[in-house]
Every structure is written in structure tokens, then in C-alpha cells.
Design a protein around this ligand. Sequence first.
Ligand SMILES: Cc1ncc(COP(=O)(O)O)c(C=O)c1O
Length: 391
Amino acid sequence: MSDLTEKDAQYVANTYSRAPIEVAYGKGSIITDRYGKECIDLGSGIAVNSFGIADEEWISAVTAQLQKVQHASNLYYTEPCVLLAEALCKRTGMKKVFFGNSGAEANECAIKTARKYAAEHKDASYYTIITLKNSFHWRTITTLAATGQDVFHQSFTPLTEGFVYADANDLEGVRKLVSENKVAGIMMECVQGEGGVHVMDESFVKGIAEICRTEDIIFIVDEVQTGNGRCGELYAYMTYGVTPDIVTTAKGLGGRLPIGACMFGEKTESVLRAGDHGSTFGGNPAAAAGALNIISRIDDALLSEVKAKGEYIVRELSGAKGVAEVTGKGLILGVKPVRPLNDVINDCFAAGLICLTAKDKVRLLPALNIPFDTLKKAVSILKEVLGRDLP
Ligand SMILES: Cc1ncc(COP(=O)(O)O)c(C=O)c1O
């Protein structure tokens, strides 16, 4: 144990099983640890560092704002928050944005909005939210209830009531739940990230959008992990040609600093009114200035690059020795190894490559702008590790 890991064990709450990597600094997609070891980073701080580490443009945008005003509270107007909301609405066609600090907060806001809409347009007994099994909408008592995985519920009951779960890609199952419950909203990820990088079928996503339209149910898409360019469009729902009533996002939007956004479409833009919701730090000027810089750089050229890099990884790894399956979209990819997952992750690290896991898969979430030569090197390390010692 090093001095740092010892102190971590002594003082930091025991909620994470950390990998043995003591991150000191980095540049782009290269992380350097406290002992000078360099690794290629295919995790991006779990899809946060959209443009890698120590990204000059983003640092300039944030520091320029830090010189002016760092926090003002939401009692007053600040330029970055307004300009970011405008940029998000113009790029998505959504109408209004609520800013918080995290994905969980964005999802809480979405759930409150769906329930309020139902209470005002039907009645307050229409409070049920349908989510999908294997989803992960996060750790607060309500977003945990939204998460369709029993394993995370244990020890924390009673959770917020009013959540039921459908099987992913089972439209008939969703229809049945709609007929059996008084439903306010349907909430889903287009690619279940933490749940093992499962991509939703086009017919399923389109079917849900249609059910929501005909039944006047709020269609919520959780783009916390899939959004902000990661799937090859600004938001993953765009790859399905649907229009959600609410889109939640965080992670890559902040690009490094915490920000969460709950975007409202036509049907939901006026549901929340003054006093209904809030966040002290939400829309913080420095975080918003950084996010505005990030959003402005996710253009068509970058999105094509994301698609091309994703296709390259899939091409290289599909059918490769030691690879049982490759799933995902753009630059959120899951690789199911034949060898034990932990051995693969540890061997990758020893060989200078940082990868994540999701259920039984190696999860790859590289920076959107990872240089092609760095990506090629990373994929060749991963390929060698996946196939190591196999006949
Ligand atoms: C799909 C999804 N929703 C919500 C969250 C929660 O985000 P945060 O940790 O910013 O609250 C996550 C985090 O990984 C996520 O992947």
C-alpha cells in the first residue's frame, strides 16, 4: 500500500472499489500515475473527459469565466448558463433546460416533471414510471427505484414507490405495463451503459415513442452516459429518429466539471414553475462556460470521427481471439472476453491501458478526440491481452 492508498482507506468512505491506479496528471488520452507510468485511457473518467485530459480550449473557457464570476446563485442571471441552455435547445429542438450538477439530479428532475404533467393532465394517481430491467438511473432513493436491478435495491428499501420494470426490447411487455398501471412516464437509456452496453432495437425505441404519444405519457431518455457525441450523434436518441419529451444528460456535457441538464420538449417545457425545483450549484457559471465550449466542438466532423473510430474498434475486435461478443454504438462499446474479466482488466493496466467494466464486459469509453494512432495502439494492446494464453 502506498501513503495515498493507505490514507484513502483510512479517510475516504468505502463506497468504491478502486483500481490500483494513482492518477497524477495527464494529457489528452494519456494518464500518468504518481510513479511516472503512462497509460492510454479508454475510460475518460467514465465518459466525462469528452476531449481528454488537460484540454487547453476547455481550460481557457473555464478560467476566463473564473476570472469574472464563479458563482452567483440561481436568483440572478448569468451569461454562460443562458448561452448553454440556448445552445442545447438549438442543437436538439428541445425548448427549455433545467441545470443541476449530476445525472442523478437530472433524472430526479425528469421524474418530478413527468409526475406533475400527469397530475395536471390526468390526475395524481397517474404517477407510475416504467423503466427497463438492467437499467441504471443511479443512486438516490428515487433514481435507485428507477434502476431496474434488484441487486442495487437491497438494504435501501423502502425506495420511492411507483416504479415498474419492463424487459428491454420487449414492446409487448411495455404495453402490458401501460395497460395495468396508471403511467406518468417511460424512462430508458438508448444504450444501457452500466447494465452491460446493451443497444436498444430501433423498433423498440420507436414503439415506446409511439406509445407515449398515443397514451399522453412522458417519454424520457436518459443520455447521461450516451449523450454529448458519444454514440455518433449529439444525443443517442437522434440515431433512432425519435423526439423525447425529456432528455437528461450530464457526464460528457461537463467535460470535466459537474453539470447535469434536464431538457424539456414542447409538452413539458412549462410543467415546472417557480418554486417547483432548484439546485444551489446548478448551472454554475464556470461549469456552464466549460460545457458551452464542449457542445460547440461536437460538430459534424467530430461526430463522423466518433463513428469511424467506433467502427474501427468493432472491426478489429469482432471475432478476434478471446472475444465472445462486441456490443455498443459509436464510442460506447462492450467487449465480452473469454478470459476472466478481472484478469483482462489487470493485464491491460500492466500493459499500459486503462479500460472499464460493465457487468461481464470490458467497457470502452475513449475520449471522442482520441488520436487514431493512440487508438490503434490501445486496440492492439487490448487484442493481445484478450487473446493471451488462449489456444
Ligand atoms: C445512464 C446513467 N444515468 C445516470 C447516471 C448518474 O450520473 P451521476 O453519477 O452524474 O449522478 C449515470 C452514471 O453513470 C448513468 O450512466
